[in-house]
Design a protein around this ligand. Structure first.
Ligand code: NAD
Length: 481
């Protein structure tokens, strides 16, 4: 059985405890590798290695750090096929998606921040005839990066790349549910000769390895992506240490479709925003708000397409939806469908587990699910489900749509479909979400601020926001002589 190892101080290491966790292939339901069950002792070693590496790494000129990041980016591209197959095996997502999105984007993350480090600049404020202020932006030291299972390498690298670009050294933990591509990344990092200790990857679960990173005295900042309740726990743990913390959490995103939208575009995109990656993207639109003039037409077209979706072996090119990430998660999503039914929801399609024939017969598959007839305030429309389940909610006016959309504890992303440009501006300004997409979904420019408000998080990632998060601003004021 393949054994994943920790990567500490440039070496591959067994966990100190000698214990391993099972790693499942969600498409077959079988254990196919073992994950180090690391604890505080492994994290202590990783933090020490990162501390030792910090003086030299932070003293490099930007072009040198940039060159290392660029080599990692290229290393990822040269291993694209191996990484894509591993991501699909570990996560259950279609191979074409790993190939075309997850792995290329992981490479882009390093390339983007390799460039950013040569372009980043800080401010100066002149006090005429009196003094000049300038701001230094210095690395923090050792930082912790913790990521979830839905976009494993994509989100892992989205944190690590800016942390390294700004001169920090890193202790990172991928999700214990999908650790394989992080392990392969450590091999790439070793191959390109990144100095030992600059990037350390510790595997294990949240309470064991994650909490040890978050609470370590010498970890100066924590960048976390995951569930809202884990985010709350981390916020509490870091508060007494006054650590910098960035939290990218859950969502319950509205997808608002007006009568005057481009129907076909809105439909095509809604299929993606509902079911891409089995609905396991924090940005998926799980509440589909449709104006009454096109409600029935849009509903019927969406259900027709959802019913035609090919669910099954993620290795096959014709598969649109692969497996959910784990049996626990599948059961949680199925339980939500039952709750929706109890709340009076009408399940228009899906709602059940699928057992494909052949090698995937024991995998964790379910059909795309569309539900209507629920009130905007019910549990189903308020709680994050994080699976291939959407609800349809009719609305009459712009005000109604705004009220329903904003009536949520979450505030990550909203999508708007309309051909009225004034309405697009009006609504965008009043929607309480960190990201608003108009007539598109998941169109990403890596320079833009990325993150949510309310229970969807704290702080922003992306572009200069990430570079600022991973640096400490220091103002220097020099009085004229
Ligand atoms: P999770 O919170 O269970 O786990 C995320 C990571 O945190 C894992 O690596 C886990 O081991 C670790 N962890 C768990 N407990 C910890 C603790 N006490 N201390 C430190 N680390 C701990 O989330 P998940 O189930 O892996 O991911 C799904 C969630 O992530 C969804 O809620 C989704 O919306 C959210 N998400 C948000 C974004 C975003 O950008 N806002 C992106 C992707 C996923």
């Amino acid at each position: 059985m393949k054994k994943i190892l920790n990567f500490i101080g440039g070496d591959f290491r067994e966990p100190v405890s000698g214990n391993y966790l099972d790693n499942f292939n969600p498409s077959t339901g079988e254990v196919y590798s073992l994950i180090p069950d690391s604890d505080k002792r492994d994290v202590d070693l990783a933090v020490k290695a990162a501390q030792d590496a910090f003086p030299e790494w932070s003293a490099l000129v930007n072009e040198e750090r940039s060159s290392f990041l660029r080599q990692i980016s290229e290393g990822i591209l040269s291993s694209l096929e191996d990484l894509a197959v591993s991501e699909t095996t570990d996560n259950g997502k279609p191979l074409w998606l790993s190939r075309s999105v997850d792995i290329p984007r992981s490479s882009s993350n390093f390339r983007f921040f390799a460039d950013a480090t040569t372009q980043f600049a800080s401010e100066s404020h002149e006090m005429r005839d009196t003094a000049i202020n300038y701001t230094l932006r210095q690395p923090l030291g050792v930082v912790g990066c913790i990521s979830p299972w839905n976009l494993p390498l994509y989100l892992f690298t989205w944190k690590i790349a800016p942390a390294l670009a700004t001169g920090n050294t890193v202790v990172a933990k991928p999700s214990e549910v999908t650790p394989m591509t992080a392990y392969l990344l450590s091999k790439i990092v070793k191959e390109i000769g990144l100095p030992p200790g600059v990037l350390n990857i510790v595997h294990g679960n949240g309470p064991g390895a994650g909490e040890a990173i978050v609470t370590h005295d010498d970890v100066k900042a924590v960048s976390f992506t995951g569930g809202t309740s884990t985010g709350q726990r981390i916020a509490k743990a870091v508060a007494p240490h006054f650590k910098k913390v960035s939290l990218e959490l859950g969502g319950k995103n509205p997808n608002i479709i007006f009568n005057d939208c481009n129907f076909n575009e809105a439909l095509k995109s809604t299929m993606k925003s509902s079911f891409a990656n089995q609905g396991q993207i924090c940005l998926c639109g799980s509440r589909v708000l449709i104006q009454t003039g096109i409600y029935e037409q849009f509903r019927d077209a969406l259900v027709e397409r959802a019913e035609k979706t090919r669910v099954g072996d993620p290795m096959l090119p014709e598969t649109s939806m692969g497996a959910l990430v784990s049996e626990d998660h599948l059961n949680k999503v199925l339980e939500h469908v039952k709750i929706a039914e109890k709340e009076g929801g009408n399940v228009l399609c899906g709602g059940d587990r699928v057992k494909p024939a052949g090698r995937c017969k024991n995998g964790f598959f379910m059909r795309p699910t569309v539900i209507e007839g629920l009130s905007p305030e019910c549990r189903t429309n308020q709680e994050e489900i994080f699976g291939p389940v959407v609800t349809l909610i009719p609305f009459e006016t712009e005000e109604d749509a705004l009220q329903i959309a904003n009536e949520s504890n979450y505030g990550l992303a909203a999508t708007l479909w309309t051909s009225d440009v004034s309405r697009a501006h009006r609504m965008s300004s009043r929607l309480q979400f960190g990201i608003v997409w108009v007539n598109c979904w998941l169109l990403r420019d890596l320079r833009t601020p990325f993150g949510g408000m309310k229970n969807s998080g704290l702080g922003r990632e992306g572009g200069w926001e990430a570079m600022r998060f991973f640096t400490e601003p220091k103002n220097v004021c020099i009085k004229w002589g």
